[in-house]
Design a protein around this ligand. Structure first.
Ligand code: NAI
Ligand code: PYR
Length: 302
């Protein structure tokens, strides 16, 4: 149950820390072009292992990835204030062209889990660079969690009892699919009405904005996001390691849209096995197609 993380920056190290606390795997390797940073993060995280019954943690070069069941890729530039995820495309694509061949040489059987932004386009690029590998991006797993959190606050229930998906791009064109959202098994509107809670178009818009603009708001306050994505990466990885057939909105190549984007996918030992297309409203279908178009245009610029 070995997992490796390429890019031991804020996202990579936080994912490794989350996996250590959650006892997600038995061995964890961090690699980074900044070897000193990877070594220091591995040492720091290793000190949590005896307390949390977590993995053996170490750092090393790409060769140390050998035998990994999952390799998380979180290497590359993050957004500065005012930048979009798509603004990172050219520089992070150059990094991927350098690192993905080294990952697949060292760990040819690993499932590759991409976190670096823009995650959908880099998932597509990784599929091209590693045609033999199972590849998925963290996609909108994080956005769906943000959405559930905001609905749960309004509903006054634990967020684990709120379900609902954010689809399409992990980015500004993402689609908040209200038609998939339930609280305690009831459509959100019905739940709010039955409980006589404040609920109207303005509150729904605030939730949409809060979901879509969460990254920008956090980056404005502390320069980067990493706890939410760290937990999301740990969870996706566990679902692969445990062959759990979990339904998660990871990003994967989607022939009908001609690009990688997020839809509910069944995630098991071999990566994505199936896509579960929700019954969307006409407006949601139009928004999803528009989101795919944004991604197709960006992919074409590579
Ligand atoms: N998918 C998602 O939901 C999220 C994605 N991200 C993305 O994750 C990526 C990483 O963000 P942070 O960890 O905050 O950045 P960071 O700057 O803290 O870490 C990036 C790391 O990548 C390493 N790196 C760069 N080039 C490399 C190479 N050629 N080989 C090995 N390592 C290399 C750097 O040395 C650095 O340690 C960014 O693209 C960011 O936008 C961030 C949050 C959420
Ligand atoms: C940075 C980023 O992609 C996020 O927090 O959603």
């Amino acid at each position: 149950m070995k997992v490796s993380v390429v890019g031991a920056g804020l996202v990579g190290a936080t994912a490794a820390y989350a996996m250590t606390l959650r006892d997600s795997c038995s061995e964890l390797v961090l690699t980074d072009k900044d070897e000193a940073r990877a070594a220091a993060e591995a040492q720091d995280i290793a000190h949590a292992s005896p307390i949390s019954h977590g993995a053996r943690v170490s750092s090393g070069p790409f060769a140390a990835l050998e035998g990994s069941r999952v390799v998380i890729v979180a290497a590359g530039a993050n957004q500065q204030v005012g930048e979009s995820r798509l603004d990172l495309l050219q520089k992070n694509a150059a990094i991927f062209r350098e690192i993905i061949p080294q990952v697949t040489q060292a760990a040819p059987d690993a499932v590759l889990l991409i976190a670096t932004n823009p995650v959908d386009i880099l998932t597509d690029l990784t599929v091209k660079l590693a045609p033999q590998s199972a590849v998925m991006g963290s996609g909108t797993v994080l956005d769906s969690a943000r959405f559930r959190h905001l609905v749960a606050q309004r509903a006054g229930v634990d967020a684990t009892h709120v379900h609902g998906y954010v689809l399409g791009e992990h980015g500004d064109s993402e689609v908040i699919a209200w038609s998939t959202a339930t609280v305690a098994g009831l459509p959100v509107d019905d739940f709010m009405k039955a409980r006589r809670l404040d609920w109207n178009a303005q509150i729904r818009s605030e939730i949409e904005r809060g979901t879509r603009d969460a990254a920008a708001a956090i980056i404005g306050g502390k320069r980067a996001t990493y706890y939410g994505i760290g937990a999301a990466l740990a969870r996706i990885t566990e679902r692969v390691l445990g062959d759990r057939r979990a339904v998660l909105t990871v990003s994967a190549p989607t022939p009908e849209f001609g690009v990688s984007l997020s839809l509910p996918r069944i995630v098991a030992a071999g990566g994505v096995t199936e896509t579960v297309m929700p019954n969307l409203t006409d407006n949601e279908k139009t928004a999803l197609e528009a989101s795919a178009e944004v991604l197709r245009k960006a992919a074409a610029s590579l």
